[in-house]
Design a protein around this ligand. Structure first.
Ligand code: GAL
Length: 563
């Protein structure tokens, strides 16, 4: 071998190693040791919205540190939107609102740290925050450096206006991840994108948690809806049985911040807390701690309920049964026991029974009530929570510590929700990985009848009603997306409809196809577009009350790209 040949081989080897590293790290979770269990703390938004100031925040820090909350695990004190001045300073750096925070943001961080707490702060990846204060777009490295210099430990990164940035979300979040790494300061990165599929498209490569829902509000209905986005089919195909397979130590589905203490009564507060615990959702308190009652404090600090949430195995709970608002969840724990939530959301009182078979156990098992912190005895084969009224529940632990780990369910295999083979594949035959709005119907219009556009009937396709977003995983395996989009003939109203096809999520805003606004009289639109290299495809319909069809929707993957 000549010297020159040797050099070439050496460079090819180095190049391959680099490529291997780049590709194998794609989609892998950050492994920086942060957020190994769901983050716990307090966030200002649910209690105060943007009305925050130095004295309020210091008072909150005092309560966190003096009420037992810090010891219970609530260590992050996070300032949400509303902390910053309307303009950056003369050097382009973010500064705190001088009236609300006269001592400055570094001094506030010192105060928070002085209380044995960690400092969290809000920013937005758009050019403005949701409250129209300066956003971080175009200032990413500078802002992360500023935060590090203030001693920030946790960043909540919002997404308002990010669709104007012209970058795929996966690319944008990697920019933040790298900017944070460059500062040398470990900071948890919490993404607020209102449930746009981050679990699916791999935000875990850059962030530690992501929202699964729109904003939570002060009602049990909102609590249930947010819980359904993570634990049910609120945002994903029912076959997944919630988002459990997308979470684990270091990366979490965030059903939004807590409203415990802001609901109607302790019964609702407890249900809320149990749901977040079983779903391994971050526990960010959102009540005004300065006026917290003893009963709310007791709920937020319930040690055995928190232990379920903070279990080191990091397995997100999933439903083992649901029947008209009667729901049973299971969360296998690290010590070989398992936590079970039996919840009655229905109008009428009910007995709820969990069988050991449903949760991977057998024989006689010990049962402990985690709210009452009381052993209930040994039960053979099953356990019944008797006569649960509406919004009542029981959170129990089943089994004996030290036993064999209880297995979780099998995750949905890749070939069911991703393009993995060559040829044509109807999208309706794949499980979607994200949906907003009503679930699409497969091979019928939204009313369950034959898909029909401009008099032509289609045996295959997706029938949607109202505005909707549906995301499919193509995994970079498809070449073309083809469909006939149009208003279903069953729709006779006056509204217009707009069909768009995007690469990845809404905020990436990489539009591959846009029909513009269509009226009922306009022809069906034939779509045949190049989707080579596209990992995730988003089908969007805008329209009020319309019946929109993606008739004959399919992807074509050729032999060359098949595995
Ligand atoms: C929303 C976000 C809320 C809160 C608010 C601040 O987009 O979902 O949690 O941060 O912005 O303006």
């Amino acid at each position: 071998m000549t010297k020159a040949n040797g050099k070439i081989i050496q460079w090819v080897a180095i190049g391959s190693l680099i490529l291997l590293f780049v590709f194998s790290s794609r989609g892998l979770a950050k492994d920086d040791g942060l957020a190994k269990t769901p983050p716990m703390g307090w966030n200002s938004w649910n209690a105060f919205k943007a009305d925050i100031d130095e004295s309020k925040i210091k008072a909150i820090a005092d309560v966190l540190a003096g009420s037992g909350m810090r010891e219970a695990g609530y260590v992050y004190l996070v300032l949400d939107d509303g902390w910053m001045a309307k303009e950056r300073d003369g050097n382009g750096n973010l500064i705190g609102d001088p009236v609300k925070f006269p001592g400055g943001m570094k001094a506030l961080g010192d105060y928070i740290h002085g209380k044995g707490l960690k400092y969290g702060i809000y920013e937005c990846r758009g050019y403005l925050t949701c409250q129209k204060l300066p956003g971080s777009f175009g200032h990413e490295a500078r802002d992360m450096t500023t935060f590090a210099s203030w001693g920030v430990d946790y960043i909540k990164l919002d997404s308002c206006f990010a669709e104007r940035n012209g970058r795929l979300s996966s690319v944008e979040l990697a920019i933040y991840k790298n900017a944070i790494e460059q500062t040398g300061r470990p900071m948890v990165l919490s993404l607020s994108d209102f449930g746009n599929g981050s679990w699916a498209w791999g935000a875990k490569a850059s962030v530690h948690l992501w929202r699964t829902s729109y904003d939570i509000s002060r009602s049990i209905g909102s609590v249930y809806a947010c819980a359904e986005t993570s634990g049910g089919d609120g945002m994903i195909h029912p076959a997944f049985n919630g988002l459990w397979q997308f979470a684990g130590p270091g990366y979490w589905n965030d059903a939004d911040m807590l409203q415990v203490g802001n609901l109607r009564d302790p019964k609702e507060d407890k249900v809320h807390f149990s749901l977040w615990s079983i779903l391994a959702s971050p526990l960010m308190a959102g009540n005004d701690l300065r006026s917290m009652s003893e009963s709310v404090r007791t709920i937020l600090t319930a040690p055995e309920v928190i232990a379920v949430n903070q279990d080191p195995r990091g397995f997100q709970g999933y439903k083992v049964s649901k029947n008209g608002g009667r729901e049973i969840y299971n969360k296998p724990l690290a010590d070989g026991t398992t936590a079970v939530l039996l919840l009655n959301k229905s109008e009428t009182p009910a007995d709820l029974t969990v069988t050991w078979e449903q949760i991977g156990l057998a024989g006689a098992q010990k049962v402990r009530d985690l709210w009452a912190r009381k052993d209930l005895g040994e039960f053979k084969g099953s356990f019944t929570a008797a006569n649960l009224a509406r919004h009542e529940h029981l959170l129990i632990k089943v089994g004996t510590p030290g036993g064999k780990p209880v297995p979780g369910p099998a995750p949905v295999p890749l070939e069911k929700y991703s393009v993995t083979r060559s040829g044509a594949m109807y999208l309706g035959d794949l499980y979607y990985v994200m949906k907003q709005g009503e679930a699409p119907r497969t091979d019928t219009n939204s009313a369950g009848e034959a898909l029909s556009i401009k008099g032509v009937k289609y045996p295959k396709g997706l029938g949607c009603r109202n505005g909707s977003r549906i995301m499919y995983k193509l995994g970079g395996k498809a070449d073309r997306f083809q469909a006939v989009a149009g208003l279903d003939d069953s729709y006779t109203g006056p509204e217009t409809v707009r069909f768009r096809v995007l690469n990845e999520d809404f905020f990436g805003n990489q539009v591959l196809f846009d029909s513009g606004k269509l009226t009922r009289d306009q022809a069906a639109v034939k779509i045949d577009i190049d989707v080579k290299g596209v990992e995730y495809l988003l089908l969007m319909i805008d329209g009020k009350g319309v019946a929109g069809d993606w008739a004959d929707a399919k992807v074509i993957a050729d032999g060359r790209q098949a595995p």
